[in-house]
Design a protein around this ligand. Structure first.
Ligand SMILES: [Zn+2]
Length: 258
């Protein structure tokens, strides 16, 4: 993937050439739409790697997948989610929101105690998080890291951007923080009102080796969804591993160089 700066330079060059030789409204419109499309794609598709290199899946040739849960801890569902995972012998990753960690530290301790990976999902998960000043975003990540490390006693290395949105501000905020930015390769849409069986069927129909599945322990339907998913994964011989144990869990850039 071409880096944002290089693509911007190419567009600047095209703009100069347009100004010199082809200055016509349609050419300018085409350039503007193409550049906006590129920015939108980069910001909304975390696996694009336009602004930040995020890890989104593991080795495609192995029958392994990883489950990830965002936006918790949630007093309504997290304990039951943990029970279902324990009964299936599955370890997952939970990307937690700092403000909820402050509110429910016992749940966070329980997640850690059950052997799951705990990741950083910002302090506030505010709607406007992606457009906050870089220093504020950095402060959110560091405070959430502090909260996680205080409870787990282990370094917090994984960060998943709220909404999966990446942009140059978040890239700037992350500089020097040594986070592994984490995306996903299958979005479950478990927050939609579709029936659990339809949601699970869609996940299974898309499933490929190395997939990282995005779920939410805040979904009102998470228990039936997770139950059906775990049963079906087992029936179809999928190995479910903790995110950091998923083989070949590398970002696209690294994969290209290997
Ligand atoms: Zn989220």
């Amino acid at each position: 993937m071409l880096k944002f700066r290089n693509v911007t330079l190419i567009f600047c060059l095209l703009a100069v050439l347009t100004a010199l030789f082809f200055s016509h409204l349609f050419v300018w419109l085409f350039l503007a739409i193409a550049y906006l499309g590129y920015i939108t794609y980069g910001a909304s598709v975390i696996s694009s790697g336009v602004f930040i290199s995020a890890r989104c899946h593991g080795n495609r040739n192995l029958k392994q997948v990883a489950l990830t849960f965002d936006d918790g801890p949630n007093p309504e569902n997290t304990l039951e989610v943990l029970s279902l995972l324990k009964n299936s012998g599955v370890r997952a990753a939970f990307f937690l929101i700092g403000r909820k960690i402050e509110k429910y530290p016992d749940l966070v301790f329980r997640i850690h105690q059950d052997g799951h990976l705990i990741g950083n999902h910002s302090l506030t998960h505010a709607d406007f998080f992606p457009v906050k000043p870089a220093a504020e975003i950095r402060g959110e990540l560091l405070e959430t890291r502090r909260l996680i490390e205080k409870i787990t006693g282990e370094p917090n290395l994984y960060f998943r951007p709220p909404f999966g949105v990446t942009n140059p501000i978040i890239a700037k905020a992350l500089k020097g923080l040594d986070f592994q930015v984490t995306g996903w390769s299958i979005r479950s849409f478990d927050l939609s009102r579709q029936k659990p069986e339809i949601i699970v069927e869609r996940i299974l129909s898309k499933l490929k080796g190395g997939d990282v599945i995005l779920l939410h322990d805040t979904s009102p339907q998470i228990l039936p969804i997770l139950n059906k998913l775990l049963i079906n994964l087992k029936l179809r011989d999928w190995e479910v591993v903790r995110l950091d144990k998923l083989q070949g869990y590398l970002n696209k850039e690294k994969e290209k160089t290997e």
